[in-house]
Ligand binder design. Structure first.
Ligand SMILES: Cc1cc2nc3c(=O)[nH]c(=O)nc-3n(C[C@H](O)[C@H](O)[C@H](O)COP(=O)(O)OP(=O)(O)OC[C@H]3O[C@@H](n4cnc5c(N)ncnc54)[C@H](O)[C@@H]3O)c2cc1C
Length: 494
């Protein structure tokens, strides 16, 4: 039986482990942290259970397909709640807009902002559907040669949808240049580490996926998925070793022989799949003599995604008027994005993602309490920001805005609090430059065929899974990545 070692028990590592075990491989997963999950980890303290990173999922069908690939039905194992509205958008002028998945309700909402925009919304959604179809042609497949990109139908769709245009400008065209609606229908590219002012219009496919395919939350939080995969690993015979950081991928004659742990232990393997950040894996785990095709200067030239500051609050109060999920757009939205993506400076007034999961799932906090998660996108560690000094400033700004949006007395009600800094992503999961959602920004030249591939063609037996390889960032993409690498490994090693 071939032995596969997987470096990292992130969602991608676990999903691949289960699929390969199901196909008959012996699988060992080595995780540096004390608990599996990677970016999808958890803090459990004082009766609060908070997801550290991802909080909601879209493209639920990708999770269903992945579970089916190891013989399980995710809907039988976890209890999903559909959020509707998906988000409440708070604007700095005190107004708000609810983004519903229900199209009739959504149309009603946006009519209040810009009368006559109903028709424009339907046209925008239709164009989003075509971009989604176009995108999936390049997302759900392994690439071997650049000619794999040649696809006449996709070319026609690209032309029809003008997906190569600028995202913000194209969305503005749909909504009569109404600033509020343009922001509400274009911010999603930030989840891929791209400013909507710089991203391709192609990425309104994420907005489409959010609105048309729905937004889901597993009761108990995203970490329930990790817990479930760990439980299945035990049942199916996948070995997961935590507190086991890998120090080196061992290679002889350009062929993987195993890995060496930081403890010095050597673990032999027929093949190694790294779920750790891809640029980190090349730079830190593979001796430069084995990778003239992937030198440090190539790693340095790559475009890296943004990071984030997160504040987690437990408060002794409930907020029935609040939504499970919201966004706040600061007064100078453009300056905020430029600080994150262009000037690498601390934003003067941060925009943020607000998640209050206890609105739908009170089990995450003691009775009568709420859990509040505030994620403010920040520049990655290329920025010269001293986080020890800056964190209290950002915390104070975020609390100041929460006083306006949620509760003027919120500070008095905080009974538990934690934060997560850009430096923590680097320390905890070896995220290159402390990048949060994923390491490599998803610009055109770091997407599909142009993103690093899931197989190293110069080192036999070395593969990748997760956000660093294709298709890219976010849990649904990571699910697809796990299926693609499994397909490759099975076809080449079985
Ligand atoms: C704040 C935040 C919010 C997000 N929100 C969402 C969301 O709402 N929806 C969504 O779909 N996505 C979201 N994402 C993105 C999503 O979480 C990630 O894209 C996805 O979880 C990445 O999974 P992965 O398997 O590729 O890798 P990771 O989760 O990065 O896992 C990699 C694993 O490798 C381990 N590792 C690293 N180096 C070593 C080593 N040397 N030895 C052993 N182990 C090692 C790490 O500890 C880690 O466990 C969010 C991310 C963040 C950070």
């Amino acid at each position: 039986m071939k032995h596969v070692v997987i470096i990292g028990a992130g969602m991608g590592g676990l999903a691949t482990a289960l699929q390969l075990r199901y196909k008959g491989f012996r699988v060992t997963v080595l995780e540096k942290q004390a608990r599996p999950g990677g970016r999808s980890n958890i803090i459990q303290e004082r009766g609060f259970r908070v997801d550290i990173g991802p909080t909601i999922l879209v493209m639920k069908d990708e999770f269903e397909r992945t579970y089916r690939a190891f013989g399980e039905d995710i809907n039988q194992r976890l209890d999903f709640i559909q959020l509707d509205p998906n988000y409440r958008i708070y604007y700095h002028d005190g107004t708000h807009l609810d983004l519903y998945s229900n199209m009739a309700q959504l149309a009603e909402e946006i009519e209040k902002v810009e009368p006559g925009s109903r028709e424009r919304l339907f046209r925008f959604i239709g164009a989003g559907a075509r971009k989604y179809e176009l995108g999936m042609d390049f997302v759900d497949r392994n690439f071997d040669a650049i000619t794999d990109l040649a696809n006449p139908i996709a070319g026609m769709r690209l032309w029809q949808t003008q997906a190569h245009q600028n995202l913000y400008a194209q969305v503005a065209g749909f909504f009569n240049h109404n600033d509020k609606l343009t922001k509400a229908f274009s911010f999603h590219s930030m989840f891929l580490g791209l400013s909507p002012f710089d991203a391709l219009a192609m990425y309104s496919l994420i907005t489409y996926a959010d609105l048309a395919l729905g937004m889901w939350y597993p009761r108990g939080g995203i970490y329930r998925i990790i817990e479930d995969m760990v439980e299945l690993s035990e049942k199916m015979g996948v070995e997961i070793r935590t507190n086991s950081p890998v120090d080196q991928i061992c290679i002889e004659q350009q062929r993987v022989t195993g890995v060496r742990l930081a403890s010095g232990e050597f673990i032999p393997a027929d093949l190694v799949i790294s779920n750790a950040d891809l640029p980190y894996t090349y730079r830190k785990l593979i001796d430069p003599t084995h990778r003239p095709h992937f030198p440090d200067r190539k790693i340095e030239r790559m475009q890296y995604a943004c990071s984030g500051y997160i504040l987690y609050l437990g408060v002794d109060k409930v907020y029935p008027h609040a939504r499970h999920q919201a966004l706040y757009f600061s007064a100078d939205y453009r300056a905020n994005l430029d600080a994150i993506f262009k000037t690498y400076t601390l934003p003067a007034e941060p925009s943020f993602h607000l998640n209050i999961p206890t609105v739908s799932d009170p089990s995450l906090a003691p009775p009568g309490h709420s859990l509040i998660y505030v994620l403010a996108p920040m520049p990655n560690l290329q920025a010269d920001i001293d986080w020890e000094q800056s964190a209290p400033i950002v915390r104070n700004q975020l609390l100041g805005t929460l006083e306006k949006l949620i509760d003027p007395e919120i500070r008095r009600h905080i009974v538990w609090e934690r934060q997560y800094l850009p430096t923590d992503w680097e320390t905890d999961v070896n995220a290159t430059l402390g990048t949060a959602f994923g390491s490599l920004a998803q610009g055109f030249f770091q997407s599909s065929y142009f993103r690093p591939h899931n197989k190293d063609r110069h080192i036999r037996g070395l593969y990748f899974v997760g956000q660093g390889t294709y298709p890219g960032i976010g849990m649904p993409m990571v699910m697809i990545s796990s299926r693609l690498v499994t397909e490759r490994v099975v076809s080449e090693w079985q």
